[in-house]
Design a binder for this molecule. Structure first.
Ligand SMILES: Nc1ncnc2c1ncn2[C@@H]1O[C@H](COP(=O)(O)OP(=O)(O)OP(=O)(O)O)[C@@H](O)[C@H]1O
Length: 252
């Protein structure tokens, strides 16, 4: 996945301003920034929901301007709202997403088994998903997002509201996907989640203000602050410092 000078304006306002970055296959790429930084607008352009005003981008080898429909079939998308239908059972939700992505027959049987196993929902197939604990809902939402085995998965604040154990479990699954070569693009406000990413991009006021591994970002900030050897700042401290130096966040 790659973008060049990616820009989106709404009238006179520039929400995303000349982004350049590349995400490698098998990478867990974290996308961070204060509210209003331009993360959602960028994700919408990458997932084919919004067209760029300027610049270019390729997702799964497809052009984000000209191949938006094809992109939507090649990616998985999971948002904090989970997009599950609470009145439908676990099985019915799986079938609904299978239908949307053209997964049928023996492949559907296979994928259903995989999801039930991965999400530990084999005994809950007939339950409406609205009754499930949040951690299970989250894993089901992840399963339905990848029912068609997309090479790229977008996660938009995927673990908001779940407890630390469910969150850790979720990240073990994400690690497994990346190890098998899937690319994960994840936006988050949780610094603990950011630590699990291979590289982090930090956005502020529509611009990319930092891009590196979590460790390199912490080291660079320590060097800047003349910290004692071994005394690394937390990612949260790093981000606050970077955003302040970039002129501060937009207050919404
Ligand atoms: N359709 C639109 N029309 C006008 N302005 C918009 C539109 N969509 C987004 N914006 C503005 O663009 C800026 C970036 O918004 P965006 O939702 O991309 O930020 P974000 O980084 O995802 O924030 P959050 O963390 O709150 O989700 C905001 O100032 C927002 O008000």
């Amino acid at each position: 996945m790659r973008v060049q000078r990616l820009t989106r304006r709404f009238g006179d306002f520039t929400a995303v301003d000349g982004l350049d970055f590349e995400v490698h296959a098998g990478e867990i790429f974290g996308f961070l920034g204060p509210n209003g930084a331009g993360k959602t607008t960028t994700i919408k352009m990458l997932t084919g929901l919004l067209s760029p005003t300027e610049g270019e981008g390729w997702v799964a080898g497809l052009d984000i301007r000209r191949e938006r429909r094809a992109i939507r079939r090649r990616i998985g998308y999971m948002s904090q709202k989970f997009s599950l239908y609470p009145d439908l059972t676990v099985d019915e939700n799986i079938e609904l997403f299978a239908g949307l992505y053209g997964v049928a027959g023996a492949r559907l049987d296979d994928r259903r088994r995989w999801i039930l196993d991965m999400a530990e929902l084999a005994d809950d197939r007939e339950r409406p998903t609205g009754e499930l604990p949040l951690g299970l809902k989250q894993r089901l939402a992840l399963g339905t997002a990848v029912i068609h085995e997309p090479p790229i998965l977008f996660l938009d604040e995927p673990t908001s509201g779940v407890d630390p154990i469910a969150r850790r479990r979720f990240w073990d699954l994400i690690d497994g996907f990346a190890e098998r070569g899937r690319t994960i693009f994840v936006s988050t406000h949780y610094m603990e989640e950011a630590e699990y990413c291979h590289r982090l991009a930090l956005m502020n006021r529509g611009r990319l203000i930092a891009l590196d591994t979590p460790r390199a970002l912490r080291r660079a900030e320590a060097a800047r602050a003349d910290a004692l050897p071994g005394d690394l700042p937390s990612l949260e401290q790093v981000f606050i410092a970077l955003v302040e130096r970039a002129g501060g966040a937009v207050v919404g």
